[in-house]
Ligand binder design. Structure first.
Ligand code: SAH
Length: 396
């Protein structure tokens, strides 16, 4: 498969191999117990099913195989029975774009026609895959492009982990390398709010962390939340991944305006949850993300208030220059103002890196993701028909 250059794109990859057949159940996204049940359903004994599930797991997540015929440790009739009942196909790549800085963005189309984006951000010898949790978003943060799209639906565990498999396929990074991986990290920072889809996100993250498969250490996984305070502690206790909080404002008044979720979980509740986050230590600090909006939240007084607000929390502050999108109501703070803000935070003892914008030319930077997916109309007739195909707007 070829990748389009900056500003161009490939659509309708109809020649792509093994598109998801709607009539077969996918094994991707199942946990081990579900895999064992799936194998039992096609005739393996309970006892054999457990071993078969282990073998399948290895083929699916260690070798990245999407064709049962390649599973050489399974006998021929079983491979055939699996292929008749199940699939390992990936979602359709509706579009793949490559930025001048090497960032790649996939628009994935799922069986029901809904779409979500994921982004790979390469560093010199490794990189992070930014994955989506939902199609659209309920949050409506005013500075975020995804927020202008209405919530369509949650992604299921299969759709979430498929984003990782697709990225790995594209780098040919199979079997899961032990060291020197290109796709070394996962950030749940794409479309949607991961903690509003906790069960599916947790299931996908557990698959990613499994040492007999993709084997991405929890230290290399970060989940970003706009502040669903009641679920933050659970996320730390159950998954133990790194936590990032989209803070963006230091007063409830401003945060209410920028991020409506603050009206439900105000700053005090949010910071309280952060103080209780299991595993937050100086070695594993909580990241506070802070988007720099010109004249809105970028004054020296804001920087000082920020430092006071997070006092006592092992933290680093990630300053994100605002990434514009068509019709955005804000501008990015001038470089000098960002530097001044960073210096104040830094002087107070917090690391305050400024996040280099990546993939802006293909709308792949923080807060720029958006798909054309729409919620189907509620009328009975319309509910039965598939959603209309997404318009393929050209991106210059
Ligand atoms: N819903 C989660 C996951 C999204 S992460 C969350 O809010 O944390 C995406 C990050 O990019 C968030 O910190 C978000 O606030 C930030 N962001 C959104 N729009 C942005 C923009 N236009 N420029 C820079 N950062 C933005």
């Amino acid at each position: 498969m070829e990748i389009a250059g900056a500003g161009t794109y490939i659509t309708g990859m109809s020649e792509a191999s093994a598109l998801e057949p709607a009539d077969r159940v996918s094994l991707i996204g199942m946990d081990r117990a579900e895999l064992a049940r799936a194998v039992a359903e096609i005739g393996e004994s309970e006892k054999a099913a457990k071993l078969r599930a282990k073998q399948l797991w290895h083929w699916i997540y260690h070798h990245g195989v999407d064709d049962f015929a390649r599973m050489s440790s399974l006998n021929g009739p079983l491979r055939q029975a699996l292929a008749d009942a199940y699939t390992l196909a990936r979602p359709e790549i509706a579009r793949l774009q490559k930025s001048t800085d090497g960032t790649r963005k996939w628009l994935l189309r799922f069986i029901d026609g809904q779409e979500a984006e994921s982004v790979f951000i390469p560093e010199e010898d490794r990189g992070a895959l930014c994955m989506s949790a939902q199609v659209g978003c309920t949050l409506s943060c005013r500075f975020c492009h995804t927020g202008t799209q209405r919530m369509v639906r949650n992604l299921d565990a299969r759709e979430i982990i498929s984003q990782f498999l697709v990225a790995r396929d594209s780098y040919g990074e199979w079997p899961s390398p032990r060291d020197g991986r290109m796709i070394s990290n996962i950030v749940m920072m794409g479309m949607g709010e991961p903690l509003f889809n906790y069960d599916n996100v947790a299931k996908a993250i557990r698959i990613a962390m499994d040492r007999e498969g993709l084997s991405i250490s929890r230290r290399r996984i970060t989940l970003s939340t706009a502040g669903v305070a009641p679920l933050i502690e659970r996320c730390g206790a159950e998954l133990g991944v790194g936590l990032a909080i989209s803070l963006h404002a230091v007063t409830d008044d401003l945060r209410d305006e920028l991020m409506p979720i603050n009206r439900k979980y105000p700053l005090a509740a949010l910071l309280d949850a952060c103080r209780r986050y299991p595993g937050a230590t100086n070695a594993r600090r909580i990241t506070f993300e802070y988007v720099m909006l010109k004249g809105i939240n970028d004054s020296p007084a804001d920087a000082k208030a920020l430092v006071q607000l997070i006092a006592g929390i092992p933290a680093k502050i990630n300053l994100i220059p605002f990434n514009a999108w068509p019709g955005a109501p804000y501008e990015c703070s001038p470089t000098e103002d960002i530097a001044r803000f960073a210096a104040i935070v830094n002087k107070a003892g917090y690391s305050s890196p400024v996040r280099a914008p990546r993939g802006r030319d293909i709308l792949a930077a923080c807060g720029q993701l958006r798909s054309h997916s729409m919620r189907a109309p509620r009328s009975a007739g319309a509910a039965k028909s598939p959603p209309p195909p997404a318009p393929r707007a050209a991106i210059s």
